[in-house]
Design a binder for this molecule. Structure first.
Ligand SMILES: Nc1ncnc2c1ncn2[C@@H]1O[C@H](COP(=O)(O)OP(=O)(O)OP(=O)(O)O)[C@@H](O)[C@H]1O
Ligand SMILES: [Mg+2]
Length: 251
């Protein structure tokens, strides 16, 4: 399997505070990669580096290299808007826009200048189907996105990301605001999506990482401690600190 991202000695500072310390890793295509580790260890920070969302934070300074499809995304020629189209993101609490279900999914395409109603209808339907939401909303596409349940809202946000035909979907604790049934639905969806997309997910739930990911990376205080096949990391961790964490001895 090919590497979609190759990260080489990536360090990040917020002002004087170093949040990531020379992280190197490869992320495989059409794989689910999970980032785990105690609160404040840099998981979200690292995830945001992958589509340059940290650019929006003034105090933030990055060194090192992230190759995405072979090209350094921190290079000068990178079109950040295009990068964020290819590397979509879903956040911790569902954040639909205050507009209809249809308009939520069509939003990104309209921003790109697409007006053709037929194409928009088609993409919205396909995206909602891929996000396993179509059956629940097809008869009320004009209702507000905010009228959906939390779990449905999160699937709507996934549909919104899918509509732009990304290569990667970054998910930062996408189920932490959801009940167990809605969580199970999203987990099932992630399994289906990995045929078409590369998924990178931050999770506080080690059970979730074990259930849905192929590869797991364990972070601690800004360091990448260990990364490998999920089964290996959970059953035969190489580092004592990984073992302590997954057996619940800290964090
Ligand atoms: N916008 C910011 N400005 C300054 N410091 C920040 C900012 N965001 C994060 N940090 C700091 O960077 C470090 C890593 O934070 P990050 O949010 O990446 O951790 P995390 O592993 O995602 O934690 P959690 O599991 O609680 O979400 C922490 O020390 C945090 O305080
Ligand atoms: Mg976080």
């Amino acid at each position: 399997m090919e590497n979609l991202f190759s990260i080489n000695k990536l360090s990040l500072w917020y002002g004087d505070n170093q949040a990531l310390k020379e992280i190197s890793m490869n992320i495989k295509q059409n794989n689910v990669t999970a980032f785990i580790g105690p609160s404040g260890c840099g998981k979200s920070t690292f995830l945001r580096c992958l589509n340059r969302m940290n650019d929006l934070i003034d105090s933030c300074h990055v060194e090192g290299e992230i190759l995405f499809q072979g090209k350094n995304i921190y290079g000068q020629s990178t079109d950040v808007v295009e990068l964020r189209t290819k590397v979509g993101m879903v956040f911790q609490s569902p954040n639909p826009f205050p507009m209809s279900i249809f308009d939520n999914v069509a939003y990104g395409l309209r921003c790109q200048g697409l007006k053709d109603k037929k194409i928009l209808n088609h993409v919205v339907e396909e995206s909602l189907k891929k996000a396993a939401l179509w059956d629940e909303v097809h008869d009320r596409l004009n209702s507000s996105g905010l009228s959906l349940s939390g779990g449905q809202q999160q699937r709507l946000c996934i549909a919104r990301a899918i509509a732009l035909q990304p290569d990667v979907i970054l998910m930062d604790e996408p189920t932490s605001a959801l009940d167990p049934i809605a969580t199970a639905k999203i987990e099932e969806l992630i399994q289906e999506l990995k045929g078409d997309y590369t998924i990178i997910i931050v999770t506080h739930s080690m059970q979730q990482a074990a259930r849905i990911s192929d590869t797991t990376a364990f972070f601690l205080l800004g360091d990448l401690i260990e990364m490998g096949d999920t089964t290996q990391v959970f059953h035969t961790p190489k580092d004592k600190r990984t073992e302590d964490y997954i057996t619940g001895r800290f964090g």
